[in-house]
Ligand binder design. Structure first.
Ligand SMILES: [Zn+2]
Length: 320
């Protein structure tokens, strides 16, 4: 375990959920029998991000059922989670490849095989059915929670109807491959489908499951599958005073193993044009990375983990 981030909450034993109730391991579907949307909530898309698993474990253990529509609950990368090793906590993010970079049709329908592709193909029929998708994640570094809304402004408007978290992010996804939240109709305008990915905080901090409970309660209520009296009232936190939309303008990828931030940034700092962000490279030839514009918002700086090709920070601006 990184001394920087001790594990502040117990990771749930989810093995009792292995059989699911759908014929697909660790996937549950509950039909209320009443009209309403199909709502899917996912945890453990990354195997070392357990905050969402705490919430799904609780919903299942308490026998939560939708009042309207259908509810699908999935522990996505259960195989990676089973390999979690406190001595190497970042190693169980995935088994073969990142499950959240395979959600384009060419990859899903293509010939390639991996633990994660098999799982994505098994999950795909459920994701296809979902009108609303919530994917519960957490972050490498401690930072305020962020709702990753995808490429379209209207998706951030959906995030506003949840009332939290404070930061709604518009971005272009990852060049390494498509996320589940951008898959199919979730990425298309006016499809009537909405997907949100929440980064709940640092993977192992106690605040992360609190944020996961809060956003899950908001999502279940917003989509109408339950009423406030169906949920533990302590799950929902007070609304943040303001929700703001940040649009990612630029992604900084480390070019060398010597990438270093000039300060221990946490995320959401606002810089002026020319302010130093980082250096990349060794010695006097190191590249200087500066804020390219005024009002430059640092998003999810990765201070512990820089290697060539790794996205180390996104640069955004407020766009509301
Ligand atoms: Zn994640």
């Amino acid at each position: 375990m990184s001394p920087l981030y001790p594990r502040e909450y117990a990771f749930p034993d989810i093995t009792s959920h292995a059989n699911g109730n759908t014929g697909t391991p660790y996937v549950f579907q509950f039909d209320s029998g009443a009209p309403g949307p199909t709502v899917m909530i996912c945890a453990l898309t990354h195997g070392n991000e357990a905050a969402g698993a705490v919430v799904l474990n609780r919903l299942l253990s308490e026998g939560f059922r939708p009042r309207r529509g259908r509810l699908i609950l999935s522990f996505n990368n259960f195989e990676a989670y089973a390999r979690f090793d406190p001595g190497a906590p970042d190693a169980s993010r995935f088994v073969d490849e990142d499950l959240n970079r395979v959600w384009d049709l060419a990859t899903l329908d293509g010939p390639r095989d991996s633990v994660e592709l098999r799982r994505a193909r098994a999950l795909r029929p459920f994701v296809d059915q979902a009108d609303y998708l919530l994917d519960l994640h957490s972050m490498h570094e401690a930072a305020p929670p962020i709702l990753v809304c995808g490429k379209r402004h209207e998706a951030a408007e959906f995030g506003k109807t949840l009332g939290a978290p404070a930061t709604l992010l518009i971005d272009q996804g990852h060049s390494q491959g498509a996320r589940m939240r951008d898959y199919g109709l979730f990425g298309q305008a006016q499809s009537g489908k909405h997907a949100a990915l929440i980064e709940c905080g640092q993977h192992w901090e106690a605040a992360a499951p609190r944020v996961a409970f809060d956003v899950t309660a908001r999502f279940l209520l917003r989509t109408g599958v339950c009423d406030p009296t169906d949920l533990d009232p302590t799950w929902q936190q007070p609304d943040p005073p303001l929700q703001r939309i940040v649009r990612v303008e630029q992604t900084i990828v480390a070019e060398t193993a010597f990438f270093r931030f000039v300060q221990p940034f946490r995320g959401m700092e606002i810089l002026k044009q020319g302010d130093m962000i980082a250096t990349d490279g060794a010695g006097p030839s190191a590249k200087l990375i500066r804020a390219p514009f005024d009002g430059c918002v640092l998003i999810m700086p990765s201070i512990r983990h820089a290697a060539p090709g790794v996205t180390v920070v996104r640069l955004g601006r407020y766009s509301d």
